[in-house]
Design a protein around this ligand. Sequence first.
Ligand code: CUA
Length: 315
Amino acid sequence: MIGFPLFPDVASTVASGVDYLYFFLTAVSAFFTILIFVLILYFAVKYRRRAGRRAEQLTPDEEHRSLGLEIAWSVVPFLITLVMFTWGSSLYIANSRVPDQAMNIDVVGRQWMWKIQHPSGRREINELHVPIGQPVKLTLASQDVIHSFYIPAFRVKQDVLPGRYVTMWFQPTRAGEYHLFCAEYCGTYHSGMIGRVVVMQPEDFQKWLGGVTGDSPVQNGEKLFTAFNCVNCHATGARQRCPQLGGLYGSDVPLEGGGTAKFDEAYIRESILDPNAKIVRGYPAVMPTFRGQISEEQLLDVIAYIRSLTPQKGQ
Ligand code: CUA
């Protein structure tokens, strides 16, 4: 089997857990498939039509129903599927809980490439460099249609949707180069929407990051915050017509008309594109929409900037 691997590399903390579940599901399916086929053959031979055997002898005998057997074939599959459910959902939950210390990398998908930006400002296309042993969170958006970010060696896959943010995370465990695919048919060159993930030792990664200097998303976001005139209203000491943004990230904000909203990436994005959707209580609905004026990448930069604001730093 040299040169024809049946499974991708195992290169993240969740990969072997996903594989064990997969092996279990395969084993259960194989066991019952074989059992059913063997019994079909056995009964076909045992109860075949023979000279002298009358038809009524072939019909089931009401007297010989076995309650024990009926309970067994109901309870056993129930327990097996319950095992599948708890095992699968615990993996799923572990996979969707992003560790707090994860570093955030922004990803924008479009026909037909992946555009990636690191917190340091370093950008890359169809390549993702990450350090070994550190949890990495990806914030993903699509500029056009549905794509899917898929790294088989990490056993992670996430649909990337236009008009909203999705997140995924992983922690690489082995240095090396791995495949990166788009796993959702997205048009003519879908099959070309591929790339590689490069897992490096932390010191190599730092060197790689340092190789190119560019503005960080926070710096870009600060410029955009001024360029789009957000600063006029949202700055400290402004006439308090708009909420101060410092320190809000991650908190729950009270809304006009009752209820609260979590001040996260999705809420900031919605407030920029559709400011009247969820208005913070006590403030007038005066903010204009920036739909069509701001690109997905600029949105991610502005969000990075707002995330970085503290109450002291103001704005
Ligand atoms: Cu993007 Cu398929």
